[in-house]
Design a protein around this ligand. Sequence first.
Ligand code: NDP
Length: 265
Amino acid sequence: MTTLDGETALVTGGARGIGRRYALRLAEEGASVAVADIDLRSYEAYETERSRATDDTVVEELKSEGHEVIGAELDVTDPDAVDGFVDEVVETFGSLDVVVANAGGGDGPMADTHASTLAPEYLRATVERNLYGTVYTCVASAPRMKAQESGRIITVASQAGRTVLDGGTYAHYGAAKAAVIMYTKYLAADLAPHGITVNAIAPGYIDTGKLRSNVDERSAVEAGIPMGRLGQPEDCADVVAFLAGPGAGYVTGAVVPVDGGSAEL
Ligand code: NDP
């Protein structure tokens, strides 16, 4: 018996990176898993992600390990598409118990996204993907969870949404993730009377293909982290498994940093 036996979990942005690890971990915990991503083969873009993949997509990986899984290619900034997939998940598995609104990330180069010089197209795309995508995912999921009088929603913020990155760069991303944090708290207040918890995870520098492609010198980044190393996707998945599991039933409205102490110390 594992902690999420009989439950259904939805992970957005689950085709690679940290989201893939959430999908694998929630399945290991016993959940049936639904993976949504704009491209289920997005792992092909980065060598690190290609080397971690064990099948054509994470959906195939889970199937071949014997888990119940469905997948869809959709854009989380399209509310109708998200709503349609949530319907399909409930029709397929009968419930929706855990949602990880993970699809996100920033646009534009680090050097060109300071607060005073931000290009409108980077701002728009990043706010839409991170904030709107999170809100649409939660709004689509909440009615099903309210009907069940139970559920766990986990949003994905960032260290950058809690503290300013060096030199004030990636301002649009930090602002979008700060908005995700505040939305999470409003949603937690809204859904607490329905027995639904809503918490955010706030990762620091996590070792994904995309992060590696944005970092020139890994050792310089690690020197700035109190624990002296990049986080691994598993570090985030441990926290998501806790927030989704029986031990976190009385935890809501929280923001859990997974950053080796970066934003705290
Ligand atoms: P990745 O970019 O590696 O993975 C994100 C996945 O989501 C990709 O497959 C991406 O596809 C997909 N995606 C992007 N936009 C959409 C969309 N509109 N609809 C559906 N899917 C979409 O990200 P990480 O694994 O590194 O990060 C996952 C989450 O954690 C993000 O919210 C990120 O902001 C957050 N985070 C990550 C940190 C890190 O260090 N890695 C640190 C702090 C927070 P494609 O790229 O092909 O568009």
